[in-house]
Design a binder for this molecule. Structure first.
Ligand SMILES: Nc1nc2c(ncn2[C@@H]2O[C@H](COP(=O)(O)OP(=O)(O)OP(=O)(O)O)[C@@H](O)[C@H]2O)c(=O)[nH]1
Ligand SMILES: [Mg+2]
Length: 233
């Protein structure tokens, strides 16, 4: 049930992904996303922060792993609410890095068991968001690596291509596949992407692909991820 209008000030997590393995601990010093904090949840576009600066949207099918990816990216287990139940993220949830940089966790698309009126509302909201959001500078398109390039994903890729918005595909839940099929899916998806779009494998559970994602998003946000001091040489 969606709360009628208004900004939802309290945001609680219901699911706790596992701790990242210690081999990713070094990311703490170079990952600028660790300081991300929850800003607001918007049911309507007018509730979003002022449309300036840089906003990166995390899009994808319902249950693909968008919110989990945000938690792994930020190293915060419970920043974005995740769930086994599809359709958990129901508003546009905004996380701020600073006054000029934001990550938008979008409601998942393609979940059938949603009342028609709600589905229409989301579709309209998403369309208006993608068409009108001037600060939108990139889209991370999250796909379950076992079910990539579904019709909605293709639509989103095409839309980004036409609008000239950079799109980075995250083939997540990579821990569910062995190395061989993981690699062949990566290559197959890469072959089908429009020029300019990029793709990587990722796992929110193991942290696989985290460094690549941090590097990509840092570039979009104009942030420096180079380690400081002698280790940088
Ligand atoms: N094994 C594994 N499970 C994952 C991974 N990422 C997400 N999941 C699981 O997939 C389910 C959905 O994850 P969410 O992050 O809530 O997915 P979402 O795309 O935000 O879903 P909606 O908000 O409903 O659109 C949860 O049960 C997660 O624990 C991953 O990398 N590996
Ligand atoms: Mg979600």
């Amino acid at each position: 049930m969606i709360e009628p209008g208004g900004i939802i000030p309290v945001y609680q997590a219901s699911f706790q992904p596992p701790e990242l393995p210690t081999e990713f601990a070094h990311m703490a010093s170079v990952n600028p996303f660790r300081s991300a904090r929850y800003a607001l949840s918007a049911h309507e576009l007018r509730q979003l922060p002022v449309d300036s600066g840089i906003e990166i949207a995390i899009a994808g099918r319902s249950n693909a792993g968008k919110s989990s990816a945000i938690n792994t990216l930020t190293g915060q287990k419970s920043l974005a609410r995740t769930s086994k139940t599809p359709g958990r993220t129901r508003q546009i949830v905004i996380f701020e890095l600073d006054g000029e940089r934001r990550i938008a966790d979008l409601p998942g698309y393609g979940y059938a068991r949603v009342p028609k009126a709600l589905k229409h509302h989301w579709q309209r909201l998403m369309q208006k968001y993608f068409e009108g959001r001037k600060s939108l500078c990139g889209v991370v398109l999250v796909m379950d690596i076992r079910h990539p390039l579904k019709p909605f994903d293709l639509q989103m890729l095409q839309w980004c291509d036409v609008a000239g918005i950079p799109c980075h595909v995250l083939l997540t839940k990579a821990d569910k596949l062995k190395r061989g099929p993981r690699q062949s899916t990566l290559l197959a998806v890469r072959r089908q992407l429009p020029a300019g779009a990029s793709v990587q494998v990722f796992s929110a559970s193991t942290g696989d692909g985290l460094e690549e994602l941090v590097t990509m998003l840092s570039r979009w946000f104009g942030l420096d991820t180079q380690p400081q001091g002698p280790a940088a040489n």
